[in-house]
Design a protein around this ligand. Structure first.
Ligand code: LLP
Length: 424
């Protein structure tokens, strides 16, 4: 469900016609819908309402824009962060420290100190050496670090290999065989409070089966840890629930299906459950609005060359991801085309041989489901400045990230003294 709909033949975001945004801000531009994000946050919270005090910590990596984070903070969501930068952005956007989970396999000493200083709900620790470092830093600061150990449950998530994280060969978590000793050794470490366990097996999951296996393994471990005298008061079940990209593909499980699974397996664990949804909250709340530069004849189908490129939205190039592509003012006619950007590699292709609305040079299109892992994965490849971002709220809208200026790229480089000064 999202709030991008045709009204009088023109695609709107909520009450705002997309051509108005394109005219005033230029293209390419990301457009986010407040109502869609609110709806997804509420659907998730409602689905989990039967649980005792669940903490829903939005995975900031999916969309770290301050306006997005502030929208979700107002819905009561916390944050799952994986860097000092994400921690600071979450705090700056108004997310309370006691709703922040600090995840990630490579936390540095500085990042640990930052979160200990500012406060955190827990660190999800992924190895024993990480626990030792955290202990040292916490002791040096006179703090106690709340910790959950992330378990690697060794399950196949069934998602794209690059975004599956729960198999034994993956870099994430501690194997179930080593968890007991990690807890026992952590007990001896000063400055740590080992309060729980965590699991996250991958992203864009379209079946609940692997989640069920992972949660069952976590449940068994909680039983074993408690029998060995460890107090387990938190279980973090991660994120990962998929969203619909392709309307012709089977629908992924709904938040309600997911919550039923959680209730069935974890409802009796008698602890606080934490969730880290990212894509589910923001995926369908964004589009990338782009203008057709020109149509070029191709060997089999024409190329629709748009002014967005792989540097703006990397997912198709990186994961062969499918994104819906539509005209902003469709004319009831269709064409089969390759939709490509201006970047100089063949990977800069949003879709191949796709039946789309017929478009001509100068017309606007959207690439859908671009609210998650989209703007944030942008780069300046081909010296293309980062795209602008806009947030819509009913009939209001605002630029929430200015288009990067090319001067920012030029000024960021430094010509060393031996090359002389740059020509002015
Ligand atoms: N928690 C942890 C520990 C994670 O690593 C992730 C995502 C999440 C939560 C949120 O997962 P979600 O609910 O959004 O599925 N760039 C890729 C996705 C990478 C996901 C990385 N971790 C993409 O564009 O598909």
């Amino acid at each position: 469900m999202n709030h991008f709909e045709l009204r009088d033949g023109v695609l709107h975001c909520e009450e705002v016609p997309l051509p108005r945004i394109a005219e005033q801000v230029g293209t390419p531009v990301y457009v986010y819908s407040t109502a869609t994000m609110q709806r997804h946050a509420r659907v998730m919270k409602t689905a989990l309402a039967a649980l005792k005090e669940p903490l829903v910590a939005f995975a900031v990596k999916a969309n770290p824009n301050a306006a997005v984070l502030a929208t979700l903070a107002a819905e009561g969501l916390g944050a799952d962060v994986v860097s000092g930068g994400e921690y600071r952005r979450a705090r700056a956007a108004g997310i309370a420290a006691d709703k922040i989970v600090f995840s990630g396999v490579g936390k540095t000493a500085d990042e640990m100190a930052l979160a200990l200083e500012g406060g955190v709900f827990q660190f999800n620790v992924e190895s024993f050496p990480e626990a030792e470092m955290l202990s040292e830093i916490a002791v040096s600061m006179g703090r106690i670090a709340p910790v959950s150990f992330r378990i690697n449950p060794d399950v196949a998530a069934g998602s794209h290999a690059k975004i599956s994280t729960g198999a034994a060969r993956d870099k994430f978590g501690i194997s179930t065989a080593d968890v007991m000793s990690a807890f026992s050794r952590a007990r001896e470490l000063p400055g740590l409070d080992a309060q729980g366990v965590a699991v996250h097996i991958g992203s864009q999951l379209t079946s609940l089966k692997p989640l069920e296996s992972a949660f069952r393994r976590l449940g068994d471990l909680i039983g074993e840890l408690r029998s060995a005298g460890h107090r387990i008061s938190v279980a973090d079940l991660g994120g990962g629930l998929g969203v619909p990209y392709d309307p012709d593909a089977p629908l992924p499980p709904s938040p309600a299906d997911y919550a039923r699974l959680v209730g069935r397996i974890a409802g009796g664990w008698d602890l606080r459950l934490v969730f880290e949804p990212g894509r589910l909250i923001v995926g369908n709340a964004g589009v990338l609005l782009t203008r057709v530069i020109r149509i070029k004849e191709g060997a089999s189908s024409p190329f629709v060359i748009v002014d967005a490129a792989m540097n703006d939205l990397m997912r198709p190039s990186l994961y062969d991801a499918w994104h819906g592509i539509e005209a902003v003012v469709p004319n009831d006619d269709t064409m089969v085309a390759d939709i490509v950007g201006p970047v100089c590699e063949t990977g800069d292709t949003f879709a191949r041989a796709r039946a789309i609305d017929r478009v001509e040079a100068g017309e606007l299109m959207v690439i859908r489901t671009a609210g998650a892992y989209a703007a944030t994965m942008g780069s300046t490849y081909n010296s293309r400045p980062l795209a602008a971002e806009v947030l819509v709220n009913g009939s209001d809208w605002a630029v929430v990230r200015k288009r990067q200026e090319i001067e920012a790229l030029i000024d960021g480089d430094i010509i060393p003294p031996w090359l002389g000064s740059a020509p002015s």
